[in-house]
Design a protein around this ligand. Sequence first.
Ligand code: IMP
Ligand code: MG
Length: 171
Amino acid sequence: MKVYISEKEIEQKVQELGEQISIDYKGEDIIAIGILKGSMIFIADLIRKIKSNVEVEFIFASSYGDSTVSTGNVKITHLYENKISGKNILLIEDIIDTGLTLNKITSQILLKQPKSFEVCSLFVKKDKHKFEHKIKYCGFEIPDKFLVGYGLDLDGRYRNLPYVSVIEDFI
Ligand code: IMP
Ligand code: MG
């Protein structure tokens, strides 16, 4: 399996993101909301690099089924309790592809009037996505390729790879 982004590069980037978030939120509590399942490994690593108080919550979202292309039909299940109003919400995403998932989740969160709202995504398909808000914390800007590993799956597989590969490289 060809390594596209190595374990070391990911570790370094997560460290940098954590340091920047720690600076920006100094003295402020954070509610980090991970979007499952893809962000599970990223959020677990990231929160250990953040020095502020962090509470972790999750949202479950799915739109891909067994394919590498979004169906456009984003299903969302909120797993958190009512913890948005007046809080510093940091939404943690593994990868932004079309941006449809985040658009839907973001509009629902903003309705509940958080104190602040920011997005942190490890990977962003920069020229493709149509996310309507700014992405304050972006790990890697990547071309339109389907990635697996470090939490990212193809039909449930490859999440446990410690590095990231491009799916064409598997076939
Ligand atoms: P979006 O709604 O198209 O932005 O896609 C959001 C979700 O689809 C992400 O949270 C991922 O779980 C999944 N996804 C998008 N692109 C990829 C990819 O390249 N590899 C694996 N999962 C992906
Ligand atoms: Mg996924």
